[in-house]
Design a protein around this ligand. Structure first.
Ligand SMILES: C[S@@+](CC[C@H](N)C(=O)[O-])C[C@H]1O[C@@H](n2cnc3c(N)ncnc32)[C@H](O)[C@@H]1O
Length: 197
């Protein structure tokens, strides 16, 4: 099956499960714990969608180009913020010998990342939760494919925590206040490289 078709089916799957969970939550709205369990599973995917960062995976070519653009060295630590199914951080660990950490908000997408991690036998660590809860000061490189308010929040956090010289690689979207160090591209999409001052 063509890779982009597989990615499209993955996106459809996540949206369909999210919609089904919300419908079920409404149906069981008087059931107490069941209602809350369904809301907790569905809400993060919905929030990511509303605030400008729904699950849309980078193409494998773009993921590869992002890892190349980061200039990674073995032993470095990389974070993938909003790691989706983990493809970028898994590639970085496999191809560059770095220590990889992915952070993913949506439990549904987190499960996809764990399945991909098992299939790839990757040593990258995938954490479930909001990136705001995680300390990013140990990162040598940070990957993201986020937009809107989510990207602005990440910029403020990185500005505070990231060490000087660390690289930040953003697929497509510009950080609101930072100046890019350089831009390359893949399949018509810009890959923006920032160096923390
Ligand atoms: C456009 S997708 C990118 C996925 C992956 N990085 C890739 O390039 O294939 C954005 C991802 O960020 C996640 N996300 C959105 N807001 C987040 C947050 N506050 N903390 C952690 N992950 C978040 C979404 O659930 C979604 O999976």
């Amino acid at each position: 099956m063509k890779t982009r078709l597989k990615d499209f089916l993955l996106i459809l799957l996540v949206f369909a499960v999210m919609a089904a969970l919300l419908v079920l939550a409404y149906k069981f709205r008087r059931e107490g714990w069941l209602f809350w369990a369904l809301v907790v599973l569905a809400a993060p995917s919905l929030a990511a969608f509303i605030f400008g960062a729904p699950f849309v995976p980078a193409s494998m070519e773009a993921a590869r180009a992002m890892t190349e653009a980061a200039g990674l060295k073995p032993g470095e630590t990389v974070y993938d913020i909003g790691c989706g199914d983990g493809r970028v951080v898994y590639l970085a660990v496999r191809d560059y010998g770095v220590k990889g950490v992915g952070v993913e908000l949506s439990p549904l997408v987190y499960l996809l990342a764990r399945v991909r991690g098992l299939l790839w036998r990757s040593g990258a660590e995938i954490k479930l939760g909001d990136f705001r809860w995680h300390d990013l000061s140990g990162a040598d490189a940070v990957f993201c494919y986020l937009s809107g308010e989510v990207l602005a929040t990440l910029e403020a956090k990185l500005q505070k925590e990231l060490k000087p010289g660390a690289r930040v690689i953003s697929l497509v979207y510009k950080f609101p206040n930072w100046k890019e160090s350089r831009t390359c591209g893949c399949g018509g999409l810009p890959i923006r490289v920032y160096i923390k001052e």
